[in-house]
Design a protein around this ligand. Structure first.
Ligand code: GLU
Length: 442
């Protein structure tokens, strides 16, 4: 049996970090099992779905490195839903209902007033043929409900939440199709999971009660259900379901220089008992992926943690990996010299500017003689070896300076900055001519 997962976003907006996490976990599980990860575009809602969001979803998954085995679109599968719907209707598992939204609302209010849960009373199921005919004659179009089997216990062993149990009698028969013929999420999703051979559904715990309903749909269709893993939701660092999380996505990450490796490394591990580690390769994330390690408490997303992790990822990236994002002319030696000082790859350009110059360096009057001596020493150095060591050793002997008094004026004059990459690596890249010019008195 091929393990098959799917990520099923509705193209009504951009993916946010919560969606990305769900996609990643589906992908990781498929990879871990040697299986397939599919993209399913849940675009039954023609009005709210937009093609630009479909394109953005594909682009985001590609950027994240979440390769797909294939893609399905619900809007191309209506014939399939129609056929399954007809079979369920003929079997008495879906039934027409004629209440208006206002009537249903009133029923809920009356139930609430009596202290009862807002469970649909199945009045439509009790209609006689004549009553139904009179609705039809009056031009009232029905919406359709799936008839739950109250006698069948709903149980499953959730891969994250453990044994789950629901009582169908306490749940409303879900509306699966609107009066205009359009589909609600519930039934098409179950049909597709069955038809696509989905073996594992990994999604947020906000879907737990949907799963209870969908399990009865699988049963009514005579197909085995997939396994389910419902993960605790993602919350902001302040511990709340924040609005900001809903707008944080790949566009933002790219803008602030976050690498896909960092997003993967963080989202794979938060909310689990495994530590968040700066793992560049997906292999380690795949191998350690385990539903048993997922906790029940919400996963906390902290943007500062992502930024810190991103820096640790950047420090490991090879030149080949970043070459096309570096300024023209910047080579492997320059990359390795500046890499440990970067938060983002884009910052490499600043250091390239420092290497290439021109730089603006403030000189302390008290360092004038010292720097003049440095310029002279730089003239006679062996630049092929380790010029920084040679320069500082010569100056130490000549001037008696050491420590900060020795190094800092040189760094300032050579780079225009107080801090930065190791001068041992940087100085050969600045090179003899530029170094002498920067050290020499104006
Ligand atoms: N389109 C649904 C959603 O975005 C899919 C849920 C599921 O994974 O079944 O909520």
């Amino acid at each position: 049996m091929t393990i098959r997962t799917r990520f099923a976003p509705s193209p009504t907006g951009m993916l946010h970090v919560g969606n990305i996490r769900t996609a990643l976990h589906n992908w990781l599980w498929a990879q871990a099992q040697g299986g397939e990860f599919w993209l399913r575009i849940d675009d039954t809602d023609a009005e709210r779905s937009e093609e630009r969001f479909v394109d953005a979803i594909r682009a985001d998954l590609a950027w994240l490195g979440l390769t797909i085995a294939g893609e399905e679109r619900q809007s191309a599968r209506f014939a399939l839903y129609e056929a399954r719907f007809a079979a369920l209707r003929d079997a008495g598992r879906v039934y027409p209902a004629y209440e208006t939204a206002q009537e249903l609302d009133l029923k809920r209010k009356i139930a609430a007033g009596r202290g009862l849960p807002p469970v649909y009373d199945r009045a439509a199921l009790a209609l006689s043929d004549a009553e139904r005919a009179s609705f039809e004659a009056a031009g009232v179009k029905p919406h359709w409900r799936f008839k739950l089997d109250h006698a069948a216990p709903i149980v499953w062993d959730d891969l994250i939440r453990g044994p789950q149990k629901f009582d169908a009698a306490t749940m409303s028969d879900p509306v699966i199709r609107r009066a205009d013929g359009s589909w609600l999420y519930m039934l098409p999703s179950a049909i597709d999971d069955a038809e696509m051979g989905i073996t594992h559904v990994v999604r947020g715990e906000d879907h737990v009660s949907n799963t209870a309903l969908q399990l009865q749909m699988f049963d009514a269709m005579g197909v085995a259900p997939p396994a389910f893993a419902h993960e605790a939701l993602l919350v902001g660092s302040e511990g709340k379901l924040s609005k900001r999380l809903g707008s944080l996505g790949v566009a933002h990450f790219r803008e602030v220089g976050i690498e896909p490796e960092a997003v993967r490394a963080l989202l794979a591990r938060i909310g689990t008992s495994l530590p968040v580690e700066p793992l560049v390769e997906t292999q380690a994330l795949v191998e350690s992926f385990d539903f048993a390690k997922f906790g029940r408490a919400p996963a906390r997303f902290d943007e500062a943690e992502l930024t810190g992790l991103n820096a640790k990822i950047v420090h490991q990236l090879d030149f080949e990996h970043v070459a096309d994002r570096l300024p023209a002319g910047m080579g492997a030696a320059e990359w390795s010299a500046v890499r440990p000082n970067l938060q983002t790859i884009a910052e490499a350009a600043d250091w390239w500017g420092v290497i290439e110059g021109p730089i603006v360096a403030e000189r302390d009057l008290a360092d004038a003689d010292f720097l003049a001596a440095a310029a002279r020493a730089a003239e006679s150095l062996d630049w092929a070896g380790d010029p920084w060591h040679a320069l500082t050793a010569a100056l130490k002997a000549e001037t008696g300076r050491s420590g900060k008094a020795l190094f800092l004026p040189l760094r300032r004059a050579l780079t225009g900055r107080e801090h930065g990459p190791d001068m041992k690596a940087l100085l050969p890249l600045i090179g003899r001519e530029r170094a002498i010019a920067r050290l020499s008195p104006e």
